[in-house]
Design a protein around this ligand. Sequence first.
Ligand code: ZN
Length: 393
Amino acid sequence: MLTLIKNGNLYGPDPAGKKDLLIAGEKIVAVAEPGAIKIRGIPYDSQDASGKTILPGLIDPHVHLIGGGGEGGPSTRAPEIRIEDIVRSGVTTVIGCLGTDGITRHMTSLLAKARGLETEGITAFIFSGSYEIPPQTLTGSVRSDLVLIDKVIGAGEIAISDHRSSQPTFDEFARLAAECRVGGLLGGKAGILHLHLGDGVGRLDMVFRLIRETEIPPSQVIPTHVNRNRELFAEAVRFALAGGAFDLTAGEEPENHSLELGIEEAIRISRRRRVPLDRITVSSDSNGSLPVFDSKGNLVGLTIAGQKSLLRSLTGLLRRRAISVEEGARLFSTNAATLYQLPAKGRIKVGGDADLIFFDSRFELRDVMARGRWMMAEGKLLAKGTFNQDQEE
Ligand code: ZN
């Protein structure tokens, strides 16, 4: 199947101006000046993207694919994510994780969900582990998961500086980082140790100790939820300036009470402190719970995070001109592809996967293509989960 997409304004993430794109199967096979691609003798589909801005499909590096939560008992276990919600958010690649609950949620279920989402059209990877150390794994260790299971690209989300963590010692923490390091090398993957950060005063102490006292490079670790509070964010900035990277959680008040800093402010501070923007990714934390605890540690409220927050963050930043379109493509797609070593993702290039999103002039999402398949066209959702009976999609 050939698809010719004409006259789109391309940010791949570099601004390329108006270009034509040729898609064959799941891949981009040509990027050319408008009108330059000639096809003869074989059928193809032609789409006019005049007036639209094309970016690489968004990469969401922190999604509770089978649902997280459970901190308020069994009735508070969050539901699984649906392909429809992913596509509507402009996301074409997800990295799935478990969460606080490593007892009633399992790595095998997470792996099966990732495979199911791939069949439904997007691309999915997973982290081994839940909050605790020693982590949940598929094959007995993070190292062997990384080497043997294609979809596993790191360990996460492992909790530190949080009352819900397993309160790991530094030695336990360093050993897990070593598993990621060596497993990543042997498996030919990034082997990222993806850390959940809570409100604890330890903040990034263990991460700084890791890069000070071991040979493991800062690039092995990516902490998330670092925009939770200002003190933690200041440490994340320091970590990025030392060669690390960090992940911001999208979603602002009143949606997410647990975040003191919005994405815009976090980016503004990062610029001021001269953090290279390629050190920053943004994720939704979708289908995780957003529990609210009072000062005594009692659960006083609970909501669920949605993936839409990711798209809303991006389009809000673009409409307010807080970032350029190129920076948007990098922060919400390219950077994650680079940091997690996903070479076919995050860039519009010949040989890359045909993961594309199309915005109109007001940055409304109009079309989504994932691995060469139209998942949304002119605002109409085409992706459908296997069990979706909903006619109103
Ligand atoms: Zn988390």
